[in-house]
Design a binder for this molecule. Structure first.
Ligand SMILES: [Zn+2]
Length: 80
């Protein structure tokens, strides 16, 4: 798994903490400790920004070695 992706900006982290559905489609985030990626509104948000990287698309997350979360289905934008 590559770890060269950027950490969340304060705005992105706030969207994750707030489960801000308006940010769905704007970015996804990968959790380094689990290898899972999620959309901002996922109910299983991580605890610490240091364990998170942000990615523009689900495709980028797959390319980075992350697997799609089964709870929020970040690789199925048609269901958002
Ligand atoms: Zn998720």
């Amino acid at each position: 798994m590559r770890t060269s992706n950027p950490p969340p900006t304060p705005q992105q982290w706030q969207a994750i903490v707030d489960r801000d559905a308006s940010q769905d489609g704007g970015f996804v985030y990968g959790v380094l400790s689990t290898g899972i990626f999620c959309r901002p509104s996922c109910p299983s948000r991580p605890a610490r920004p240091r364990s998170v990287v942000c990615l523009e698309t689900a495709e980028a997350a797959h390319a980075g070695g992350f697997r799609a979360c089964l709870r929020c289905r970040p690789d199925s934008p048609e269901s958002w």
